[in-house]
Every structure is written in structure tokens, then in C-alpha cells.
Design a protein around this ligand. Structure first.
Ligand SMILES: [Zn+2]
Length: 299
């Protein structure tokens, strides 16, 4: 699943490539993807028409990110909200093959062939094509005819702060964790306090700050929260810088691969030794997610 650093890298790549380009035509092959959110969605042909007609001739003005949502804004004020969920991906290809941007969930076939059987929405732009691919089709692309209709959807009202925003302070984190009795890993992953920490980055930040993932959030002392706060900022910033954690097939604009995976210390390493103390790493399950930690140095 793409996490915040992967989505941010995709945003950066697309922003460099498609902003100021005009959409010459749109084709939706899987109506479900543009018909709403949630697991139960009814394919709506009226929505497909609105989507295709509404976005044709529009010019991209800006691409924003909020948590793992991508918000494409157009000069006219129209908005396209996209969430990649488990397995969504964007590929942009310049018409002369001069540049290619791939980001989101790695899909092997997209490396060689585009469009392919997982391509469900195609945007023809004046200088190239933008493809939305999705293997499991949990993602969504929602069209809004104005900023006002987008805003009334209140899509982000239950989301916590962005980890790299100025508002995310140590004081805020201390105050927020005080009220939470759930396990610290679960609290970090539910996005209500801070966004962007999925399974990988929750395990990595807790390891770095020497906090046991099963501790109740409200039991953390201020000094521990300070370590956690610094770890969140350092790790998210670093992961964005090196291109995220997706495995080899993830490519940045300059063809370098997302290689924060090489820097993982505990995530996915349950049978290995702790890089800090050499004891065997432990594995447990927190809210259905495999959690790896060192019971010797994470207290
Ligand atoms: Zn250890």
C-alpha cells in the first residue's frame, strides 16, 4: 500500500510533468472507480459522463496532498480528488517518450506496457497521457465541478495534522496522546492525531524512539514523546527525500528507485537481530497488522 512518502513523491513527479497541461479527452473504463468511496459502490453511468465531460478541456493548475489523498486542481476551479488505497497507481508518459512518471502501488506490467489490463482511467493531455491503474480497484477518483462542492464534502474532517506542518508541535503531540488509551502503534496508525504513519513508518518510528508498540498511548512520558516526535519528523522527511519505501519497481522521475526500504530497521524483519542490541526481534499483531519490535530495547 502506498504510504505518505510514496504519495508525496508521486505528487512531486506529476506536478513537474502535468501542471499547465490541458486535458484533451478522458476515458473511464471502470465506472465504479469514479462513482463514490467505500467498498460497496454502484457503478453510475451518470457519474462517468460528468467525469469525462467535466474534465475535458480543463487545465491542471496545482496538485496538492492531504494525508494520502491527491487533490488535482484546475484553472476553472474544478477539483479531482484521488485516493490510491491498496493498489492504485498513476503513470504519466510523454508523447515522445521523453519522460515517464510512475508512482503509487508498484505494478510490474506497467513497467513494460502502458496502458495495460489494469488501466481503468486514461487522460489524454496535450503533451502526453496520464493513466490510472489499479489491480484490486479499491481506489477512487471523484470529480467536483467547483471548489465549493469539493469543500462541502468535508473529506478531511477526521484527519490529524500533517507531520511536516508547522502546526504539528511537540506540545500538540503530548496533549493529544494524553487522551488516548489505545496502544501507541494503533493510535499512530489511525491518522486522527497525525497522518502518514502506516504500518512501516509506525514500526520504524517506535523502534527509533525505543517505545514498545503495545504501550497505552496515555502512558508515555514527555521525554518519550519527545523522542517519538523527533523520530516521526526525521523518518518521514528522510523517506520522502529518498523516494519512499516501495520495492524495486517504484520509480521516480529520474528513474531512481524508492529506496527507503533499504533503511528499514525493523519493518518486515521479524526473524532478524535488533540492529541496536543484537537480540532477536519480536513479532506481534496490533489491529490486524504485523508489528515488529525489539522487546529488549523498546520499553
Ligand atoms: Zn534491541
Amino acid at each position: 500500500m502506498p504510504e505518505l512518502p510514496e504519495v508525496e513523491n508521486l505528487r512531486l513527479g506529476l506536478e513537474r510533468s502535468i501542471v499547465l497541461q490541458k486535458i484533451m479527452g478522458v476515458k473511464v473504463l471502470k465506472p465504479k472507480l469514479v462513482s463514490g468511496k467505500g467498498t460497496i459502490r454502484i457503478a453510475d453511468t451518470k457519474k462517468v459522463k460528468e467525469f469525462e465531460n467535466g474534465l475535458t478541456n480543463e487545465i491542471f493548475s496545482k496538485i496538492e496532498r492531504r494525508a494520502k489523498n491527491l487533490i488535482f486542481r484546475f484553472k476553472s476551479g474544478k477539483v479531482l480528488l484521488v485516493h490510491l488505497k491498496m493498489s492504485g497507481q498513476f503513470v504519466y508518459k510523454h508523447k515522445n517518450n521523453e519522460e515517464k512518471v510512475i508512482g503509487g502501488h508498484p505494478i510490474e506490467i506497467s513497467e513494460k506496457e502502458i496502458p495495460n489490463k489494469h488501466t481503468h482511467v486514461t487522460f489524454k493531455l496535450n503533451n502526453g497521457s496520464l493513466y490510472y491503474n489499479d489491480t484490486r480497484m479499491f481506489g477512487y477518483l471523484l470529480y467536483y465541478d467547483s471548489e465549493k462542492t469539493f469543500d462541502t464534502g468535508r473529506h478531511f474532517e477526521f484527519l490529524g495534522l500533517e507531520p511536516l506542518s508547522k502546526k504539528f508541535t511537540l506540545k500538540y503531540l503530548v496533549e493529544s496522546l494524553k487522551k488516548k488509551n489505545g496502544k501507541i502503534k494503533a493510535v499512530l496508525m489511525n491518522q486522527e492525531i497525525v497522518t502518514g504513519l502506516g504500518n512501516i513508518y509506525a514500526d520504524e518510528t517506535l523502534f527509533e524512539s525505543k517505545i514498545n508498540p503495545t504501550r497505552p498511548a496515555s502512558s508515555l512520558k514527555k521525554e518519550e514523546i519527545k523522542l517519538l516526535y523527533n523520530a516521526i519528523i526525521r523518518i518521514i522527511r528522510r523517506a520522502i527525500k529518498v523516494g519512499g519505501s516501495s520495492v524495486a519497481t517504484y520509480k521516480l522521475l529520474d528513474e531512481s528507485t524508492g529506496n527507503y526500504a533499504r533503511e528499514h530497521k525493523v519493518y518486515g524483519k521479524s526473524k532478524e537481530k535488533c540492529p541496536r542490541c543484537d537480540e532477536a526481534l519480536q513479532k506481534t499483531v496490533i489491529q490486524t497488522r504485523t508489528t515488529v519490535f525489539c522487546s529488549n530495547c523498546q520499553k
